[in-house]
Design a protein around this ligand. Structure first.
Ligand code: NOJ
Length: 570
């Protein structure tokens, strides 16, 4: 039986226990048959999402964009990219989603625009020191000719974080700051006009019935106005992007004011028909005590807990991570937000199928602040896909049993692996070019979803148009159609778990109590009457005698074997 959530917009606390499904619109479902996903396809797929049992859909940027960074380069914050549809299509999508009881989140990209944004084009055309230039971060270069960048800052996609412009008279001129690609100039958040511009953007979408806003790089907008250099990263020769405390463009005091301002705007909508409107912060930050400052009272509602995503697959590591996250969130009365995949990271099936699955890489010198490059460290390692899929199933049952909010990245419910062998000529992630063809980037987790059929395009669109990234030839068994109604399939495990999560009053927001267990076993209870056990070790764990099995991630007829999770009724 599938669960269709009931629209209960009167519940102001809905966001404390939601399951949110991330749609990467380019790759989700193509309604018009041009090989790129779109709003028509998304609308057609709402029935699928409702029957999956999620509560909300987060749509990665859908704005007009030259796609230098897959839509995270926005050229108009109050419109829809014509490849995806129109504002009317978006309104229809939101209405239809609400009709099915699904909330809709969008993605706000406040750190940077696209270089095609009219305000950036105006800044380029205007003179140094003009109000137009003040919307972005322009500075004179150093050296006699001004040909040395204002600081040594490195960009996250590689190279310098500064790009020099050609002035109106044809001479080399000022430099502008871009923490990501040169096509993504950073807004100047010191300028009240920028603050007001974004107030208007937030209201624009809340007025259109958007329930939640994911804030892209929520820790980056404010920059240290002294523009100090950062210690050189020997790997790149530029200033480090690693988030040490006091770094001039990460987690500066100014971001708190921006968050509080947006929170006040969202709170002013609480009395509307849809009730609470909420934020989720995207900020890779450690330690967790530092991260939860972002969800302190009066600030944002939720923040992705990437320690979950980067945690290695081992009992002691997972338990320590969960303990810390629950403790620090309880201190600020915010729900924890669990996430094992997104459009920036190696898919969970592949990650957990590697000989190294997480933190150990950090010990070897890779820091999760390098998240965008992290895929590269996994790529050379061999993958045992069957092992990874088995662990991913267990990880899903663990995630949905934990107190708080859970995110699903599209295709996670199908057990899709990372596509590690995309032909280089198909790669679109800016990292590929910016790294001088040394880092392939994130396209491998963005391959369009397989819906049905035996070969590409697997029903991605209505015709036979091949999608914007090629799909593997061996995905026929992974399509939604192939898994639907098949007992034991990845998809049916997700459906069963989400249906149970809605049914079972012990699941969602709340607390857990650890049971005594061996270090390689996690066992916890949640009231009333629910237990989750995950076995990471070699010893088979017996199912406690007085417990009734609700769900298992693999065969437990002889006890709970390695890499398996069970849900029990106590
Ligand atoms: C984080 C987004 O998730 C990623 O896809 C994007 O490239 C950067 N922010 C820059 O916007």
């Amino acid at each position: 039986m599938t669960h269709v959530p009931s629209p209960n917009f009167a519940d102001l606390d809905w966001w404390r226990r939601s399951v949110v499904y991330q749609v990467y619109p380019r790759s989700f479902h193509d309604g018009n048959g041009d090989g790129t996903g779109d709003l028509l396809g998304m609308s057609h797929a709402l029935g699928y999402l409702a029957s999956l049992g999620v509560d909300a859909v987060w749509v990665s940027p859908w704005y007009p964009s030259p796609m230098a960074d897959g839509g995270y380069d926005v050229s108009d914050y109050c419109d829809i990219d014509p490849r995806y549809g129109t504002l009317d299509d978006a309104a229809l999508f939101v209405n239809e989603a609400h009709g099915l009881g699904l909330r809709v989140f969008i993605d706000l990209v406040p750190n940077h625009a696209s270089s095609a944004h009219p305000l950036f084009q105006a800044a380029l055309a205007a003179a140094p020191g003009s109000p137009e230039r003040e919307m972005f971060i322009f500075r004179d270069g150093k050296g006699d000719d001004g040909d040395v960048p204002p600081t040594n800052w490195g960009a996250l996609f590689g190279g310098s974080a500064w790009e020099r412009v050609v002035e109106a008279d044809g001479t080399p001129g000022q430099w502008y700051c871009h923490m990501f690609a040169p096509e993504q100039p950073d807004w100047n958040w010191e300028n009240p006009a920028v603050v007001e511009l974004f107030d208007g953007i937030v209201r624009f979408w809340l007025d259109r019935g958007i329930d939640g806003i994911r804030i892209d790089v929520a820790d980056s907008m404010a920059k240290n106005q002294n523009f100090p250099d950062t210690p050189t990263d020997p790997k790149t020769g530029y200033g480090t992007t690693a988030k040490f405390q006091g770094h001039p463009y990460w987690d500066q005091p100014g971001v708190e004011q921006i968050h509080r301002r947006w929170r006040a705007i969202a709170d002013s909508y609480a009395g509307s028909r849809l009730g609470s409107r909420i934020f989720v912060s995207e900020a890779h930050m450690s330690p967790a005590e530092r991260l939860v400052r972002y969800v302190a009272p009066g600030r944002l509602h939720t923040t992705f807990n990437f320690d979950h995503l980067w945690c290695e697959w081992s009992g002691p590591s997972q338990r320590a991570m969960i303990d810390t996250i629950l403790r620090v969130h309880a201190d600020v009365d915010a729900p924890a937000t669990w996430v094992i995949g997104n459009h920036d990271t190696t898919r969970v099936v592949t990650r957990y199928g590697k000989p190294e699955t997480g933190w150990r890489f950090v010990a070897d010198g890779v820091h999760p602040d390098d998240a965008l490059k992290f895929a590269e460290y996994f790529a050379p390692l061999p993958t045992d896909v069957a092992l990874g899929r088995r662990r991913a199933r267990a990880a899903a049952l663990l995630e949905f049993a934990l107190p708080g909010v859970a995110y699903i990245y599209q295709g996670e419910e199908l057990g899709l692996p990372e596509v590690e062998d995309l032909p280089v000529e198909s790669l679109q992630d800016p990292t590929w070019e910016r790294s001088g063809h040394t880092i392939r980037g994130r396209d491998g987790c963005r391959v369009p979803l397989p819906w049905s059929g035996e070969r590409p395009p697997y029903g991605f669109g209505p015709g036979n148009e091949q999608p914007w990234l090629p799909q593997p030839a061996d995905w026929a068994d992974l399509t939604i159609a192939a898994q639907t109604g098949v007992p034991g399939s990845h998809l049916e495990l997700y459906r069963a778990a989400l249906a149970e999560r809605h049914r079972n009053p012990a699941l969602g927001d709340g607390t857990l109590t650890w049971d005594d267990s061996a270090p390689e076993v996690l066992s916890f209870t949640r009231e009333p009457g629910f237990r989750c056990i995950v076995n990471y070790g070699d010893e088979v764990v017996p199912i406690p005698g007085n417990n009734r099995l609700i769900l298992a991630s693999s065969d437990v007829s002889a006890g709970i074997p390695r890499d398996t999770a069970v849900w029990l009724s106590v």
